[in-house]
Design a protein around this ligand. Sequence first.
Ligand code: HEM
Length: 209
Amino acid sequence: MSPASSLAARLREATWAAHEQAADDGFLAGLLRGTRDTRDYARLASQHLVAYRALEAAIASCDRGLVAALHDPALERLAAVETDLAALGGAQAPTDASLAYAEHLASLADDPVRLAAHHYTRYLGDLSGGQHIGRVLSRRFGADTTAFYRFDIDDLDAFKDGYRATISGFELEAADESALLAETASAYASAEAMHASLVDGEPGSRVAA
Ligand code: HEM
């Protein structure tokens, strides 16, 4: 089987444009470039708190199908984001976009295919571009604020290869594959909306460029 015909390859190919749109993110770019401050980073981590709490609760109650095959407790981020927020001075308010995202995730607790789309978008992203983001944020805000980006996994590339092999080896009906692809595109859009909801922020939360 050629790599292009595997489900993991089809998933990446079908949703890469959505990835590029989500990655072209003014809020994140500002954090990475240094035009946003600690409070902005705390605001982002606070959105992660709400989203990962909902994601991980849904995963815990959906112990079957593709999402259960993909899940590994080493991926769970809730405790890490709580640690980071303690170092950042505590959680801040979730935005409407983050609350809508969390509500949507909670609604998928009985849908292992669509929930797997969010599992992939969040965790494989955290293990990919998230590693670069974490290194930059660590330098800017201190390693004690970036536990979220560090995984207790020895070989991230091998782990990601195994993750993709699990996706590709899972027998999905055509309708389920379509649902997986469509929900992944929507997961990227939710991440984008969550970041966009932080752009304006509260007055004074942005430092001079
Ligand atoms: C500054 C923003 C971002 C950068 C620089 C970035 C960068 C990257 C890079 C270089 C890869 C490929 C890594 C590899 O093949 O091992 C990747 C993969 C990925 N990213 Fe991002 N990313 C960003 C934002 C995001 C966002 C916001 C999400 C979703 C919330 C996301 C989700 C993913 C996923 C799911 C993959 C794995 C795709 C696959 O191989 O199937 N990324 N990212």
